[in-house]
Design a protein around this ligand. Structure first.
Ligand SMILES: *Cc1c(COP(=O)(O)O)cnc(C)c1O
Length: 454
């Protein structure tokens, strides 16, 4: 599609010049201005339709403009749009907290609300840090976090400090705190000669060594369970999460799981932790919490952590953290409606068939000479493009293969956005059979066309 063929509208110009888009090179930005959504589709201001195959950056769950979520927001709007959660609360947020405690991994009984995933992580870090200073035998020497290689936990300063994606995070090093850096437990780029189980043990041994080398220093291990999203949908060897949970118990360190990306059905279960029967001490949720409709995030904590914050007002043990819009009732109403839809539409029960269908659609790609890996966990799929399959050698960054493949798909009406040379497919859980077919076919053709003649 030649962009020059049509005149830029006023809104497209503003979108290109007045709006500063995140993680977007504005000098090369072609405006794509969305006017409305219908189910799993987005419609731009020229009436062009796109299948939203990355769920509006990984947050949409049940499709756009779903009448039940829309109605819940409207109904709440007629009561009250916002009340603070500092020293008071809203009925809707209270109901949501109760529901989250019910569905979360066991032991997570208290919910701290914020507005986006990065804030949920910040709250988790400060909560864990303050916890060690307020337990019966305080351990104020604990001030380090252990994060994984290529970690991503959001773009606020604490999240970026934990972050290990070189080309996002290195620049900011002088203004960050320094975590202990664990391995990146990558099942695809695992050490030469190891099978996946051996690699799991290899990565766990590294975690164990770090925990042993820093006794009494570590506040918490922070990790994305199962899949490291922004790193390129890096998938952990099965058993790694359960292994880290065991190690953190043995070494008396807290475990913070960041399920901002993996939560709410993405991996096939409500939460990724369920796949390995793990309950962290602190759980971060965001993205899909409201079905992807309104900004809301949550940090869930165990009762053990909560107890350390109780006392007389004069003792100053309360959590020293809070956001203006934490627990916003409109967002809470959307989240409750989304959880209702999980039940009434049997969203999780219907997933296995979709997961299998998409895997079958993508299976032929495994033969392609420039596809190094097709990996999938539920409805999180990565297709990694490589120069050389045998050596897993990457393309030069400047070739922008991932971006070009995604542009081809977008031109055909399937909206996807890559992470470097990793093609990410993360459709809404509501994606239909016919849409999975379209997605599979479009991506196969986009890759075939990109490498035609090579
Ligand atoms: C997206 C994401 C975040 C940050 O969430 P925002 O809402 O963008 O601030 C944090 N952690 C993980 C794992 C994420 O995928």
């Amino acid at each position: 599609m030649l962009q020059e063929e049509r005149l830029e509208t006023d809104l497209e110009r503003l979108d290109r010049t007045a709006v500063w888009h995140g993680f977007t090179q504005m000098a090369h930005y072609n405006p794509m201005v969305i006017e409305r959504g219908e189910g799993n589709w987005l419609v731009d201001c020229h009436g062009r339709r796109y299948l939203d195959a990355i769920s509006s950056l990984w947050c949409n769950v049940h499709g756009h403009a779903h009448e039940r979520i829309n109605a819940a927001i409207r109904e709440q709007l007629d009561r009250v749009a916002h009340v603070t959660s500092l020293g008071m609360g809203s009925a809707t947020a209270a109901e949501l907290a109760g529901r989250l405690v019910e569905i979360a991994p066991p032991g997570l009984e208290h919910v701290f609300f914020s507005s986006d995933g990065s804030s949920a992580v910040e709250a988790a870090l400060k909560m864990a840090f303050q916890y060690w200073r307020q337990i019966a035998n305080p351990e104020p020497q604990r001030s380090r976090f252990l994060a994984l290689g290529s970690a991503y936990h959001g773009d606020t300063t604490g999240g970026v400090s934990l972050g290990g994606v070189e080309h996002f995070h290195r620049l900011f090093a002088p203004i960050l705190f320094d975590p202990l850096r664990g391995p990146c437990p990558d099942a695809y780029r695992r050490p030469e000669g190891m099978d996946v189980d051996q690699a799991c043990q290899f990565y766990l041994d590294q975690m164990q060594r770090l925990l042993e080398q820093h006794p009494g220093e570590i506040v918490a291990v922070v990790m994305e369970p199962l899949v490291q999203g922004a790193a390129g949908l890096i998938m952990h060897p099965p058993g790694f999460l359960a292994g880290v949970r065991r190690l953190t118990r043995e070494h008396d360190v807290l475990l913070i799981c960041d399920e901002v990306a993996t939560g709410f059905g993405r991996t096939g279960r409500m939460f990724a932790c369920e796949n390995e029967d793990v309950a962290p001490d602190i759980l971060c949720l965001g993205k899909g919490l409201t079905g992807g409709y309104l900004p809301m995030a949550a940090t869930l904590a165990s009762d053990q952590i909560w107890q350390a914050f109780l006392g007389e007002p004069s003792e100053n043990r309360q959590f020293f953290h809070g956001h203006t819009f934490g627990g916003n009732p409109l967002a809470a109403a959307a989240a409750l409606a989304s959880l209702d839809l999980f039940e009434s539409e049997r969203t999780l029960e219907r997933l296995p068939a979709k997961i299998e269908q998409l895997a079958a659609e993508l299976a032929p790609l495994a033969e392609h000479p420039h596809v190094g890996d097709v990996r999938q966990r539920g409805l999180m799929i990565a297709i990694e493009l490589v120069q050389d399959r045998a050596t897993r050698q990457r393309f030069e960054r400047a070739e922008m293969r991932g971006r070009k493949v995604c542009q081809r798909a977008t031109d055909e009406g399937v909206w996807i956005r890559p992470l470097g040379d990793v093609i990410v497919l993360m459709p809404p859980l509501s994606i239909l059979e016919s849409e999975i077919e379209l997605l599979g076919r479009t991506v196969r053709e986009a890759i075939a066309d990109e490498f035609a003649g090579m």
